[in-house]
Design a binder for this molecule. Structure first.
Ligand code: SAH
Ligand code: SF4
Ligand code: F3S
Length: 468
């Protein structure tokens, strides 16, 4: 089935980590990882941190305290790329101050071989560059660096494997992510992800369930099942809605299950039914629309029309009580006319999103759209982005009006100290609610009633039993 890391390879990883531990004993080495981009990179950073801790490293609070700095990079838009080059440049000075400091750059941007080569050549003080398919080689590369201090550049074309069993150091909190699959097969024409993350590979349901169990045992109360397009999850015939049921039923002590991201072309009736039926599956769906124009959707290779999308929204709303929908939108895709853009604005007004992430199209080298004629001038993209954001500023709060007087459960995540200290937490459908209350409630589920709202947040109070 899927190309999975072998027991022997995993054994080699652990042996190399043990050797590093012995080699560096007593030195008090510390690591610092800076992560850009999406949860896929966050996940890889958690694995890198897990391996480093296994090798005897401790976490450094700042870059200046670290003996190893890793930049885990993103390249989904140009902006992300520019930032990385700037930030890597700054490390030169730290290296002069601390001669034993090692610097590594990894992640999606380094999987673009030409960019990786450019970075490696431009910054001779970078010790290690590796692509997204090299995680299992990280222990041996680090060992080699510590022993020989020669620079290492490793970017392979392979699609990578499904890696199971590596140590992981999760970001502390109440909510965490569990990858159910890696890679993407969709090749939306603007997107670099399939090139830097390889083809889709689904994890075994048993491995997913045992990871979910273990995170619940360590105290997390919300798990987001993660993939670039969870709806195309498939392991030996087990589909995503089936997996959702399996996880829901196998881990009854997990209060909240979320999932992300859903590609509209694959959102099935079975998934909508599972969302409606399974009590602990949250009533929120992130359903990126990207554009409201059928012509642009076609050029993007999204494989649905705006009316297909609106039908899905209708189905979700009529089947899943209190469901909320969020989205991603790109403006200024090559060839986008004022009329196409207007169609996007119209769709946004019709759907009534609870939130939306909007982006100006950014050409990515090697993608089909980057080579298309009719690239839109930056000034026009910016203008459209501003217009769209203004529409969202109007439509998002309008969507909140129905919440006045609404009662529901939030999982308290923390205290917001921007003004009067307020507890904050999300409803199952991802709406954020702020309430007055005791800090001791952090990590607990509390019943709240909504009294008002501001942009995409709701404000309310904790419901006393007699109020119910
Ligand atoms: N797999 C997810 C998300 C991928 S990247 C999905 O299919 O929705 C997250 C978002 O970044 C995308 O939804 C898209 O809106 C945006 N994005 C991707 N490539 C982009 C590009 N070249 N320019 C601008 N935005 C882009
Ligand atoms: Fe990119 Fe499309 Fe895959 Fe999402 S589904 S990661 S936008 S190619
Ligand atoms: Fe994610 Fe950026 Fe890579 S969005 S998959 S980290 S290119």
């Amino acid at each position: 089935m899927n190309n999975r890391i072998t027991e022997a390879e995993l054994g080699e990883c652990y042996k190399a980590l043990d050797r590093i531990r012995a080699l560096t004993e007593g030195l008090g080495l510390r690591y610092y990882i800076e992560t850009y981009g999406c949860q896929m990179n966050e996940h890889d950073s958690e694995l890198l941190a897990g391996m480093l801790i296994q090798a005897g490293y401790a976490k450094a609070e700042t870059k200046a305290d670290a003996d190893l700095i890793l930049f885990n990079t993103c390249c989904v838009r140009e902006h992300a790329e520019k930032r990385t080059f700037g930030n890597v440049g700054f490390i030169k000075e730290l290296k002069q101050q601390n001669p034993r400091l090692l610097l590594g750059v990894c992640g999606c941007m380094m999987q673009q071989k030409e960019v990786a080569k450019r970075l490696y050549a431009r910054f001779p003080f970078v010790d290690l560059v590796f692509g997204t398919h090299e995680l299992k080689n990280f222990p041996s590369m680090l060992e080699e660096l510590l022993m020989e201090r020669d620079r290492i550049f490793r970017v392979s074309e392979s699609d990578g494997e499904v890696i199971e069993g590596l140590p992981i150091e999760r970001t502390p909190g109440f909510s965490t992510f569990v990858n159910i699959m890696y890679g993407c097969n969709n090749f939306c024409t603007y997107c670099i992800v399939p090139y830097v993350r390889g083809r889709e590979r689904s994890r075994k349901p048993e491995d997913i369930i045992s990871e979910v169990r273990s995170v619940v045992q360590s105290g997390y109360c919300e798990v987001t099942l993660l993939g670039q397009n969870v709806n195309s999850y498939n392991y030996g015939g087990v589909t995503f809605p089936q997996l959702l049921r399996l996880v829901h039923d196998a881990v009854p002590e997990l209060p909240r299950i979320r999932f992300m991201t859903s590609h509209p072309k694959d959102l099935s009736d079975e998934l909508i039914a599972a969302m409606a039926e399974l009590g602990r599956v949250c009533k929120h769906i992130h359903l990126p629309v990207q554009s409201g124009s059928d012509r642009i959707l076609k050029a993007m290779n999204r494989r649905y029309t705006s009316s297909d999308y609106l039908k899905l929204v209708e189905k979700l709303r009529s089947s899943v009580r209190n469901v909320e929908i969020t989205t991603d939108i790109i403006v200024g895709f090559p060839g986008e006319t004022e009329e196409d853009f207007e169609a996007t604005c119209e769709l946004v007004r019709r759907v009534g999103y609870s939130n939306a992430y909007t982006f100006a199209y950014s050409p990515r080298e090697g993608t089909i759209a980057a080579a298309m004629e009719d690239q839109i001038p930056e000034a026009v993209k910016k203008e459209r982005l501003n217009k769209l954001n203004a529409i969202l500023l109007e439509t998002i709060p309008r969507n909140n009006e129905k919440y006045i007087g609404f009662t529901g459960d939030i999982l308290v995540e923390g205290v917001d100290h921007r003004g009067e200290p307020l507890l904050f937490g999300k409803l199952s459908n991802f709406k954020m609610v702020y309430v007055q209350g005791d800090e001791g409630l952090i990590g607990k589920t509390v019943r709240v009633k909504v009294d008002g709202f501001r942009f995409n947040s709701l404000f309310g109070h904790i419901v006393k039993e007699e109020e119910e």
